[in-house]
Ligand binder design. Structure first.
Ligand SMILES: [Zn+2]
Length: 256
C-alpha cells in the first residue's frame, strides 16, 4: 500500500488520549471535511505536535496517509482559542459547539461555511462582547441553517400569510400563524414542539439566517426576549438534528 502525504487547514474538534503518549484527533478541515488523525507521542512535553493536538487548536496540519489511516507528521498553530478556557461555562459551551460541528460535518466533504461559523463562534467566546447564551443561540440557528435545515420564517407554513405569525414548529421547520395553530390544534393540545414566538424573536431569527447578514452575532435584544430566543434556538437544533448532546447537558449544569 502506498504512503502519501497531505496538508490542510483545520480545527481540532476533539482530542482523545490513546495509550500512554498518543492522541486521536478529530479535525474539521477546509479541504477534506472531517478527518480522524492519529498524533503519535503528542502528549509528551517534548513533542512538536503537543500544542497543535489540543482541542480548539486551529492551524496547518500535515499528515501521512496509508489506506484508511492518517498520522500527524507536522503542525503549526495559528490560533489556540485559549481564552475559552478562562471559565467553566465558557469552556463547556465551546465543547458543545465542537460536538454540534462534529455531528454536522462529514468525512471527505469540504464545508468551509461550517468551519467559518465554528471559528467565528470560538472568536466570540474568547471575547466579552455578547453573553454566552446569545452566542449559543446564534451558533445553534446558524449551524442548522448551514446544515440545510433553516426554518421557513417568511410566511405561515400552513396557509402562507405573513401577518400574525405567533408560533414556530421546530419539527416541521416552519412558522405558523395564529389562525392556523387554532385550527390545527382545535381538538388537541398544542404539541411541545410548537413554540410561541414574538415578532422580535422572529426578526432576530430572520436576521441570523439571512444570506445578507455579515455578522449574525451583532444584534441585541431585551433580556426576556434573549432568554426565550436561546430556548427556541436550542429546541430547534435538537428537533432538527434529532439527537441529544452530553456537552449541552453539562453546559446547563455549570452555567449558573
Ligand atoms: Zn396560517
Amino acid at each position: 500500500m502506498s504512503t502519501v502525504s497531505a496538508s490542510c487547514t483545520g480545527l481540532v474538534l476533539r482530542s482523545t488520549d490513546v495509550g500512554d503518549n498518543d492522541k486521536l484527533l478529530t479535525i474539521l478541515t477546509a479541504e477534506y471535511g472531517k478527518l480522524t488523525v492519529s498524533a503519535k507521542g503528542a502528549r509528551s512535553l517534548k513533542s512538536k505536535l503537543m500544542s497543535a493536538s489540543q482541542q480548539f487548536a486551529y492551524g496547518e496540519y500535515t499528515f501521512t496517509v496509508k489506506g484508511d489511516f492518517k498520522w500527524l507528521r507536522d503542525a503549526s498553530v495559528a490560533e489556540s482559542f485559549f481564552s475559552v478556557r478562562r471559565d467553566l461555562p465558557r469552556l463547556a459551551l465551546a465543547c458543545y459547539v465542537a460536538s454540534v460541528t462534529e455531528q454536522l460535518s462529514l468525512e471527505g466533504q469540504a464545508d468551509v461555511e461550517l468551519l467559518r461559523l465554528t471559528l467565528n463562534t470560538l472568536y466570540m467566546l474568547c471575547g466579552d462582547k455578547q453573553a454566552l447564551d446569545h452566542i449559543k443561540a446564534v451558533f445553534e440557528l446558524s449551524a442548522v441553517a448551514v446544515g440545510g435545515f433553516a426554518p421557513e420564517l417568511q410566511e405561515c407554513g400552513s396557509c402562507g400569510v405573513v401577518e400574525n405569525i405567533t408560533y414556530l414548529d421546530t419539527v416541521g421547520g416552519v412558522c405558523l400563524c395564529d389562525g392556523c395553530v387554532r385550527r390545527l390544534f382545535a381538538e388537541t393540545q398544542i404539541p411541545v414542539s410548537v413554540l410561541p414566538v414574538t415578532s422580535t424573536q422572529l426578526d432576530a431569527m430572520r436576521y441570523i439566517t439571512s444570506p445578507e447578514t455579515k455578522n449574525p452575532f451583532s444584534f441585541r435584544l431585551p433580556e426576556d426576549e434573549e432568554n426565550a430566543l436561546a430556548d427556541i434556538c436550542e429546541k430547534y437544533l435538537l428537533a432538527q438534528l434529532d439527537c441529544g448532546f452530553k456537552t449541552l447537558s453539562f453546559y446547563h449544569e455549570v452555567k449558573n
